[in-house]
Ligand binder design. Structure first.
Ligand SMILES: *Cc1c(COP(=O)(O)O)cnc(C)c1O
Length: 397
């Protein structure tokens, strides 16, 4: 098949196919696997060419803080999976979140956010942004009237995470999108827990979707990275900010994550399948007071989850009877599960927020973000589901 015929075929191919087949321009070696462009800058054949690329009159890479073929490949692959026009890649998920707010806000602006957001995002809202006169109002995740009532004249962005961490609340993205559209404010969704395989916020009315690629996209715990996806118009603003503030993703990490994207759909599908099986089994255990998983019928937001997600994801949370001490004991008895603050990995992971990430908060403060003392969060991996269950069963005895 000639190269042109191949390109024609890919024009009508499905996103999963493109995520595997998308190849940046091949080098003279005609390599099958995309090569690594570990270079900080790029060269020009003449002063005229250099001037044209610098003036944006001709396409080309200049410097890897601005663009790099491996980074571009990752952006294009994930943009395809998420139905985004384009995107921007950053060194971490937090860099993606900070860059988005930094690029789109100025002093005096106001943010509305769902209450339970990632810990470092909470620090941005409460400790960093106030230094620049940017304020945030928190609204309980499912309080749709609350989102409307929080809108001020200076509100620029409504931000949310769904599913939320670790309470796994499912916010109706389409419904919040309509509120934002009416109020003419930007709607940003942290889509890290769902991945583009299970949820596409841009199709549901969001303007920007953010990922920590550190989690499911790498999926094997090697790299940190972040992605911002949206329209060309918005990403242009992100680019103008990011080029000069320097949150660029390293080409090496982009190359690893890009390779991982080839298996993202199959990994997420299997993790989701395992997680649903585990959630159903946990529901039958006496020493557990409740289990939360978006695709369990007992989940309070089950209907919304079914409407906006293609699967329940890999994260299961549950409440172990006996509070803080029982949670700690359970973690100590696990043999297969890793105790580590990551998720979306091939290896199953367990965390106990009350004794670790949220130990500094008082019990009632923890409860306000959905963390009870016996809450355990599992990230179900790709091990055989029988082994995953055996380890949990032993630890629950
Ligand atoms: C991990 C995570 C982040 C931050 O990503 P890093 O790559 O660790 O900077 C942001 N949001 C959510 C929901 C996350 O799980």
């Amino acid at each position: 098949m000639s190269k042109n015929k191949k390109n024609e075929f890919l024009k009508s191919a499905k996103a999963e196919t493109l995520a595997i087949r998308k190849h940046i321009e091949k080098t003279s070696q005609k390599e099958h696997s995309n090569p690594l462009f570990l270079t900080s800058s790029f060269t020009f054949d003449s002063a005229e060419e250099m001037a044209a690329v610098f003036a944006d009159e001709q396409e080309g890479n200049i410097y890897s803080r601005y663009s790099n073929p491996n980074v571009q490949e990752l952006i294009e692959k994930v943009a395809l999976l998420e139905n985004a026009e384009t995107g921007w890649a950053t060194s971490t998920g937090m860099a993606a979140i900070f860059t988005t707010f930094g690029a789109l806000l100025k002093a005096g602006n106001h943010i509305i956010s769902s209450r339970s957001v990632f810990g470092s995002t909470h620090r941005l809202f409460t400790e960093i942004f106030p230094k620049w006169g940017i304020t945030t109002t928190y609204v309980d995740a499912l309080d749709y009237e609350g989102y409307k009532n929080a809108i001020q004249e200076n509100t620029k962005i409504l931000y949310l995470e769904s599913p939320s961490n670790p309470a796994l609340e499912i916010i109706d993205i389409e419904k919040v999108g309509k509120i934002c559209k009416k109020a003419k404010i930007l709607f940003v969704v942290d889509n890290c827990f769902a991945t583009p395989i299970l949820q596409r916020p841009l199709d549901l009315g969001a303007h920007i979707s953010i990922h920590s690629t550190t989690k499911f996209m790498d999926g094997q715990g090697r790299t940190l990275g972040g992605l911002i996806l949206g329209s060309k118009e918005l990403i242009k603003k992100i680019e103008a900010f990011a080029r000069h503030t320097g949150p660029a993703l390293s080409p090496f990490n982009a190359w690893i994550i890009s390779k991982s994207i080839e298996t993202l759909h199959i990994r997420v599908e299997r993790m989701t399948e395992n997680a649903l099986k585990i959630a159903k089994k946990l529901e039958k255990i006496d020493s557990i007071s409740w289990v939360k998983y978006p695709f369990l019928e007992s989940h309070p937001n089950y209907k919304i989850a079914k409407k906006q997600m293609f699967g329940g994801g890999a994260i299961v949370s549950f409440e172990i009877k006996g509070g803080l001490e029982a949670g700690r004991k359970f973690l100590n008895k696990l043999e297969l599960f890793s105790l580590t603050p990551n998720l979306g990995d091939a290896k199953s992971i367990a965390t106990h927020p009350a004794s670790t990430t949220h130990s500094k908060l008082k019990p009632d403060e923890r409860l306000s973000v959905g963390i009870s003392d016996g809450l355990v969060r599992l990230s179900i991996g790709l091990e055989h589901v029988d082994d995953i269950w055996q380890d949990l069963k032993n630890a629950l005895k």
